[in-house]
Design a protein around this ligand. Structure first.
Ligand code: PGA
Length: 252
């Protein structure tokens, strides 16, 4: 049984002060650690350190939204795995479609980032997903296959055991257009089969595959009822405590 994981990606929203307010409210509303599901939040870089202090002992994980693969050096504007660990991160989002489309990040670079994250002790939340053009052109599975193969290139069993995958159809992100639960399930099952082929049945049965793209309180239950959907990567609806809490409290 894979423990469900609900992750909130705040993107470029909230100052450090606003992040702390949110987390205080979240902790009060949750009233203590949850046993049957994991929660991770991904605030902007400037909020990571203070939020980590507040989250200590809460059981809630802390993710950065990006990382560079180099250990250190002349990379103006970038951040290293060591800095993220030092700030208190447990996870890092890699390959979000906004990084791929707006910042031109490609599978081989994302693979290097994921490898660096794993060797530093961070769990990558590795995002994949097709664009509308690719879906309409019947290329969804080819695109996903390539993203998974190249993204997880040279991973070993230990690496895959610490990786979280997130399927986020680009056409469903921030558009209010969710993939139908069965449509998402089809791709999740395909991804799990690929993991089985490359890393074996044990790895496939253990890897959390999250769905992302317009996840809301009113569609989370249906999504989570799908056998291969193990959680959600939530953007817009993770910015308000009430909606994020309702998603965290999805019905099993
Ligand atoms: P959304 O974003 O929930 O606002 O669609 C999801 C994501 O980009 O991770």
């Amino acid at each position: 049984m894979i423990k469900p994981l609900i992750a909130g990606n705040w993107k470029m929203h909230k100052t450090a002060g606003e992040s702390l307010d949110f987390v205080r409210q979240l902790l009060t509303a949750l009233g203590g650690p949850l046993d049957d599901r994991d929660v991770v939040i991904a605030p902007p870089f400037t909020a990571l350190f203070p939020v980590a202090e507040l989250l200590r002992g809460s059981g809630i994980g802390l993710a950065a939204q990006n990382v560079h693969d180099a250990a250190e050096g002349a990379f103006t504007g970038e951040i290293s795995t060591r800095m993220l660990i030092d700030a208190g991160c447990s996870h890092v989002i890699i390959g979000h479609s906004e990084r791929r489309t707006l910042f031109g990040e490609k599978n081989d670079f994302l693979n290097r980032k994921a490898t660096a994250a794993l060797s530093a002790g961070l769990r990558p939340i590795y995002c994949i997903g097709e664009t509308l053009d690719e879906r309409e052109g019947g290329r969804t599975f080819t695109v996903i296959e390539r993203q998974v193969k190249e993204g997880l290139n040279k991973f070993n069993a230990g690496d895959i055991g610490r990786t979280v995958l997130a399927y986020e159809p680009v056409w469903a992100i921030g558009t209010g257009r969710t993939a139908a639960p069965t449509q998402a399930q089809e791709v999740h099952a395909f991804i799990r089969k690929m993991i089985e082929g490359d890393f074996g049945g044990r790895a496939a049965a253990a890897i959390p595959i999250l769905y992302g793209g317009s996840v809301k309180p009113d569609n989370i239950d249906e999504l989570m009822a799908q056998p291969d959907i193990n959680g959600a990567l939530v953007g817009g609806a993770s910015l308000k405590v009430e909606s994020f809490i309702s998603i965290i409290r999805f019905k099993k």
